[in-house]
Design a protein around this ligand. Structure first.
Ligand SMILES: Cc1cc2nc3c(=O)[nH]c(=O)nc-3n(C[C@H](O)[C@H](O)[C@H](O)COP(=O)(O)O)c2cc1C
Length: 373
């Protein structure tokens, strides 16, 4: 009965999203839609009544999806990826939308306006977005003060990055910037994501270099925090570079990887739109296979030594399951929600339950890495 209600409800919500809301949204400037969605979401998240209504429209739960990872309890494995809720305005709403966890930010040491507009585009045929926000956010001081006393209902990850300005281009200053944000968030949220892979910033990706990463992580080791730490990596790294990063990371207090961020590489069979903006990183279907290659590679090499969060091109349960079978314990998404509608989170979770049962698993943890020989 419960499942029947969820299927009917999701079908209705999906129909309205695809035939009405998406048609209107996709005529508007993408950044305007994003900022309006944040405003409306803030209103909906503010009262118990509206949150309960959203829960009725979007939630889904099943014991088979529940598990504890790094002492954090997850009710389901589908999370919001970093970059949608940059200033942590919707943490009260995400549980009602059905997410098992959500990552806020990326948050940087200093407040940052981001890159000049326009800085967000849709590649409709490729089911992707081109993103050139350049780490727009209100900065670690303001955001940590806002979040310090909030009791979150689901695990909230804090994504930390280096401020996008000329002052942080030198390694020492860049590290100091990460350290500032890290310290301020040491006791806020459930886990850290250290974003070393934002493609749209001053000075490129310096901390994908193993010796610079070693220095950065050495500094972070000295800051006390009880929270697990994930490193978010770029899908454009060679496997050789990934191996070097893994070797560095093993010397430090790092619990896992997020695979992956946006791709900068325009030479990609999944990109079928004719016009692609020159600036920015690409999300969605264009990044799916690249992220999956990273997940499989790290899991094959390290097995359970690291927890992997799979991210990039999750639109359906089958996409999430593929990542899980390759070794991801959790998955994240943004683009799938924009193209399919917010009911996609419960659709994915419901679909995962079916796929797990079909394969004879009684808990999602048993499926992790089951496709890797
Ligand atoms: C609008 C937008 C903004 C993003 N901003 C960030 C960010 O600030 N930090 C980060 O680590 N990743 C950021 N990302 C990357 C996503 O977290 C994710 O890695 C990527 O979009 C692939 O997932 P998807 O295909 O489900 O969107 C952003 C992505 C989008 C679409």
């Amino acid at each position: 009965m419960k499942s029947f209600f969820v299927v009917v409800r999701n079908t209705i919500v999906k129909f309205f999203y695809k035939t009405v809301f998406k048609q209107i949204f996709f005529l508007m400037d993408p950044e305007l839609v994003h900022s309006r969605a944040i405003k409306i979401g803030t209103i909906l998240g503010a009262s118990f009544l509206t949150r309960s209504f959203i829960t009725l429209c979007f939630s889904y739960s099943n014991k088979i999806l529940e598990r504890e990872i790094l002492k954090i309890k997850f009710l389901n494995p589908v999370g919001l990826a970093a970059g949608f809720d940059k200033n942590a305005q919707l943490t009260a709403l995400w549980p009602s939308v059905g997410f098992g966890f959500a990552e806020v930010g990326s948050i940087t040491g200093e407040a940052c306006e981001g890159n000049p507009k326009p800085r967000l585009w849709r590649l409709k045929k490729s089911q992707s977005l081109v993103v050139n926000y350049g780490l727009k956010n209100e900065g670690s001081e303001k955001l940590s003060a806002k979040l310090r006393n909030i009791k979150f209902q689901i695990p909230i990850g804090t994504s930390i990055a280096k401020t996008n300005n000329k002052e942080t281009v030198e390694t020492e200053q860049g590290i100091a910037d990460y350290v500032k944000a890290f310290k301020q968030f040491s006791d806020i949220g459930s886990y850290f994501s250290i974003n070393i892979s934002c493609p749209n910033v001053f000075g490129g990706l310096p901390f994908t270099d193993d010796s610079k990463l070693d220095k950065l992580l050495g500094k972070l080791d000295q800051i006390s925090t009880g929270k697990p730490i994930f490193i978010k990596i770029s899908p454009d790294l060679s496997l050789d570079q990934v191996d070097k990063i893994i070797d560095v990371v093993k010397r430090h207090r790092v619990d896992g990887f997020i695979c992956s961020n946006l791709t900068k590489n325009r030479v990609n069979k999944k990109i079928i739109d004719n016009k692609i903006p020159e600036a920015g990183g690409i999300s969605g279907r264009a990044v799916e296979d690249l992220a999956n290659n990273l997940i499989g590679h790290i899991y094959r090499r390290e097995k359970d030594r690291f927890v992997i969060i799979g991210c990039g091109g999750v639109f359906r349960a089958e996409d999430a399951y593929k990542k899980i079978k390759l070794g991801a314990s959790l998955v994240q998404l943004i683009t799938g929600m924009i193209y399919e509608g917010p009911q996609v989170i419960s659709e994915i979770n419901m679909g995962l339950v079916k796929l797990l049962k079909k394969d004879g698993f009684t808990n999602i943890s048993q499926a992790v890495g089951s496709g890797v020989k």
